[in-house]
Structure formats: structure tokens, C-alpha cells
Write a protein that binds this ligand. Structure first.
Ligand code: GTP
Ligand code: MG
Length: 150
């Protein structure tokens, strides 16, 4: 039985990684955000799956140019890590980007799910971290397919 879940937020600069964490913690959109949030630990008894969950703001350590690059990062270095694609700032767009995202999702088995959210409107924030927790505890697909990676 797994004891802890560790969620890393990676992505392009300014997509809202730090804001997402702070919105989750304070339940309001932060007007001012530090470059990087402190690592936070959510105690087991307040998580849906009853597992202590660490959330790590990976700002600055990984710079990628697009979501495909995120995938490659995980493939080469963290092969068994399930990935959740997050489209933040949904408050700024009128239309869902799911149609663009779905072909990418179908191509890579590491991607467990995708979610559109807004740190500003607090939309889908707790859901996002719940999906991440669930992806670790109950992955739906194989996380490592050696025959496909050659
Ligand atoms: P780096 O650490 O520099 O890579 O950036 P980051 O990914 O941590 O993004 P950050 O949280 O610093 O947010 C970048 C900017 O986007 C800030 O001005 C935020 O206020 C804004 N922002 C973050 N989330 C949202 C959102 O959901 N909606 C809108 N409209 N703006 C957002
Ligand atoms: Mg940041």
C-alpha cells in the first residue's frame, strides 16, 4: 500500500502553477504570487483518498516549450509517473480546448486525464488535485510500455 502521493506541477512559465497551489490552499485567488510556492502537505484525513499528499511547485527547474515536451520529460526520466494535462485560466477563454487536447491524450498512455480549470474563479481546483491523487492510487492505463518506447 502506497503511503504518500507526490504531485509535481510542471509547465511553461506563467501558466499559473503557483497560483493553482495558492488557490487550493487559501480558497481564494492570490493577487500577488511568489515565484514558487513552498511545498505543502495535505494531511490524509482531509484528502478524498485518505493519503497524505505533497504538492510541489516545480517552477524554474523544468522549462518546456509545449505539452509534448512535458511528455518527453516524463518518458525519459520519470517513466512510471502518471500525467494529468491541465489547462489553467479557463476564465480567459470562451471555448473549451478539449478538442485539441483529446488527440494528444489518446496518443500517450501516461496521460491519465485532462482538466480545464481556473485558479482565478476557483473552478476545478480541488478536482484537479483529486484527479492527480487518484491517478497515482488507481491508474487506469499501463504507465510503462517498453515495447512502445523503442
Ligand atoms: P512561473 O513560476 O514564473 O513559471 O509562473 P507560474 O506558472 O507559477 O504562474 P503564476 O502563478 O505566477 O501566474 C502567472 C500569472 O497568471 C499571474 O499574473 C497570475 O495572476 C495569472 N493567473 C494564474 N492563474 C490564472 C487564472 O486562472 N486566470 C487568470 N486570468 N490569470 C491567472
Ligand atoms: Mg511559479
Amino acid at each position: 500500500m502506497r503511503k504518500d502521493v507526490r504531485i509535481l506541477l510542471v509547465g511553461e512559465p506563467k501558466v499559473g502553477k503557483t497560483s493553482l497551489i495558492m488557490s487550493l490552499v487559501s480558497e481564494e485567488f492570490p493577487q500577488v504570487v511568489p515565484y514558487r510556492a513552498e511545498e505543502i502537505t495535505i494531511p490524509a484525513d482531509v484528502t478524498p483518498e485518505r493519503v497524505p499528499t505533497h504538492i510541489v511547485d516545480y517552477s524554474g527547474t523544468v522549462t518546456v516549450t509545449n505539452s509534448v515536451a512535458i511528455f518527453f520529460y516524463f518518458t525519459f526520466y520519470l517513466t512510471r509517473v502518471p500525467v494529468i494535462l491541465v489547462g489553467n485560466k479557463s476564465d480567459l477563454v470562451e471555448h473549451s480546448s478539449m478538442e485539441t487536447i483529446l488527440p494528444v491524450m489518446n496518443q500517450y498512455t501516461e496521460i491519465e486525464t485532462c482538466v480545464e480549470c481556473s485558479a482565478k474563479n476557483l473552478k476545478n481546483i480541488s478536482e484537479l488535485f483529486y484527479y492527480a491523487q487518484k491517478a497515482v492510487l488507481h491508474p487506469t492505463g499501463p504507465l510503462y510500455c517498453p515495447e512502445e518506447k523503442q
